[in-house]
Design a protein around this ligand. Structure first.
Ligand code: CA
Length: 233
């Protein structure tokens, strides 16, 4: 689960980030409205925490723009002023919930859980690539009917790729989504995790599902899918 926190006050950002990481979320941060838009358009966040008072583009406008661009990520607005006006503007712009500053951290976490739960009930369709199946509801993974045990990072990496079958997942996309904004592009951690996944998913099978896209990243695809169908008796 990756959450984007958009807030220009460094103290608050640090406080939210630290707290959410302790709750095992991956946290990415944007310090102004433009950065928020840029990041939200490329990355597939699970949730966005969006302050209203921001440099460059304010939170209400960021929210409106994201919804216009069909980014459906759940959004919690933060507002400094407890004015009905601000809340209505935020919700009108497409936010799912709002929280008035200062707030108790426990309350923020409770709202996040509630929103993600709501999302989950919508998004529990099993993902399938060839004979590899991932069940987001139970976090179970099966290859050829046999369960595969994955660590939480391996699972998130596989989930991320299986939601984009046949599409290249660049190292940057994977890094920012799974490891967060402090991801170092020169590290080989992604290649290491891909090799773990390959060992668990592809090793022992003729049909490999994880493919290297040279110099760019990786993709998951059942390349023999068409042949396979044609050859069926
Ligand atoms: Ca602010």
């Amino acid at each position: 689960m990756t959450i984007l926190v958009v807030e220009d006050e460094v103290k608050i950002t640090r406080f939210i980030k630290k707290g959410l990481e302790m709750e095992h979320y991956t946290v990415d941060v944007a310090y102004d409205g433009q950065e928020a838009l840029d990041k939200a358009e490329i990355n597939n966040y699970d949730l966005i925490i969006l302050d209203i008072l921001l440099p460059k583009i304010d939170g209400v406008e960021v929210c409106r723009k994201l919804r216009e661009d069909k980014v459906e990520t759940p959004i919690i607005m933060l507002t400094a002023k407890d004015t009905i006006d601000d809340r209505i503007k935020g919700l009108d712009a497409g936010a799912d919930d709002y929280l008035v500053k200062p707030f108790a951290f426990g309350e923020l976490v409770a709202r996040i859980r509630a929103l993600l739960r709501r999302e989950k009930t919508v998004n529990t369709t099993k993902l399938q690539v060839g004979d590899l199946i991932l069940d987001p509801a139970t976090h179970e993974v099966f290859r050829n009917g046999k369960e595969v045990q994955l660590s939480s990072k391996e699972y998130r990496l596989l989930d991320y790729m299986m939601r984009r079958p046949g599409h290249v997942c660049t190292r940057t996309m994977i890094g920012e989504h799974i490891w967060g904004y402090n991801f170092k592009d020169d590290s080989n951690v992604i290649d290491v995790y891909i090799s773990y996944l390959r060992r668990k998913i592809d090793s022992g099978f003729n049909r490999k599902l994880i493919h290297t896209v040279r110099d760019v990243g990786y993709k998951i695809q059942d390349k023999s899918a068409n042949n396979h169908l044609n050859n069926k008796k």
